[in-house]
Design a protein around this ligand. Structure first.
Ligand SMILES: [Zn+2]
Ligand SMILES: [Zn+2]
Length: 354
């Protein structure tokens, strides 16, 4: 039976840290009892792909096939699969398994698995194999780590929701972005633009804090109510004590005391961007307004599904630039320069073309 056989898949692969991409053929396991095989249609390019390909976050596993923003169609299911059928529109995000037994896993917060989640790529699967991600035409994943993409969102716009979307949705929900709440989104990149769309759809009053006013029109079009440049010192006096929640999506180090000063009593500054250097602050910045400085890491499977359903209901996808397999190297350089509106997605069908 063809559905139960192992397959090979065209993929984009990097052999050594910082090397260029090359086309390759990788093996995908035969679907096990609870696995689904997915024909990938689009894979988003996340900034963390670049860090891992260039080995900027400690040791990476090579060869590497990056990609953890995956959207596609189920083409085969194992005998025990109950949630999905052939033809279903599905997505896979940053992890493809976890221990399933620790407290976070049992609570559906697999992203905080105490034994470490199995990353979609640059990870080690339960069977010891290196995981290969979405810059490929097929992937095989346990159905419990697969989510459903609503009909209303096309695959290219949906792919970035699997990392960028859930990374901002989870903290926006946890810190109650909604009617009557003032939310600031720091940075208007891949994460930030989805932060604006989702916070707006949740009913919050949304402000973008960006280095300059260059993206102001985009920010307002995406749903922001206000837009301020952080390069303008007066921003920090004008907006002092304004926000219930500041969601920081940039990885450049922030002057934390200045940003904390923008929070109201009991406000929270939530970080999802990762600076390469340790940060410092004056604890008085927390004490004077009973403020919270915290972070958030993607989201669990249940919440990722909730996010996709929410985006389907509100017709929210990512704004993307679709590229072919040969353009990924150039796209990486543009992402590093923040020269993308707002996410690159790879049309993996182009892996077929010589
Ligand atoms: Zn990512
Ligand atoms: Zn666990």
């Amino acid at each position: 039976m063809t559905t139960s056989a192992a397959t090979t898949s065209a993929a984009l692969l990097v052999r050594t840290p910082g090397a260029g991409f090359e086309r390759a053929t990788i093996a995908r396991r035969a679907p096990r009892e609870h696995d689904v095989r997915i024909d990938i249609r689009f894979a988003g390019i996340c900034h963390s792909d670049i860090h891992q390909v260039r080995q900027e976050w400690g040791s990476s596993r090579f060869p590497m096939v990056p990609g953890h923003e995956i959207a596609g169609v189920v083409t085969a299911v194992g005998s025990g699969v109950s949630r999905y059928r052939v033809g279903d529109r599905v997505g896979v995000g940053c992890f493809v398994d976890s221990c399933r037994a620790c407290e976070p896993c049992l609570a559906g917060e697999q992203q905080y698995c105490q034994r470490g989640m199995v990353l979609t790529y640059n990870g080690r699967d339960q069977d010891g194999e290196t995981t290969y991600g979405g810059y490929s035409q097929q992937i095989v994943v346990d159905e419990n780590y697969v989510v459903r993409i609503p009909e209303g969102i096309d695959f290219a716009a949906a792919a970035p929701l699997l990392c960028a979307g859930i990374t901002v949705y989870s903290p926006l929900r946890r810190w109650q972005a909604g009617p009557g709440r003032r939310v600031a989104i720091v940075g208007l990149g891949g994460l930030g633009h989805m932060g604006v769309r989702i916070a707006h759809a949740l009913g919050a009053e949304v402000t973008v804090l960006s280095q300059s006013l260059a993206k102001e029109k985009d920010g307002l079009r995406l749903g922001a109510d206000h837009f301020h440049a952080t390069s303008d010192e007066s921003t920090f006096t004008t907006l002092r004590g304004s926000f219930d929640l500041i969601l920081n999506t940039v990885s450049a180090p922030l002057p934390l005391d200045a940003y904390l000063g923008l929070l109201r009593l009991d406000g929270a500054l939530v970080n999802v961007g990762v600076p390469s250097e340790p940060s410092s602050l004056n604890l008085l910045s927390l004490i004077v307004g009973r403020r919270t400085l915290t972070g958030s890491n993607i989201g669990g499977i249940r919440e990722t599904q909730e996010m996709l359903d929410f985006c389907g209901e509100h017709q929210l996808g990512a704004e993307v630039e679709v590229i072919g397999a040969d353009e990924v190297g150039a796209a990486y350089d543009r992402v590093v320069r923040s020269d993308v509106r707002f996410r690159f997605v790879i049309d993996v069908a182009t892996l077929d073309q010589a």
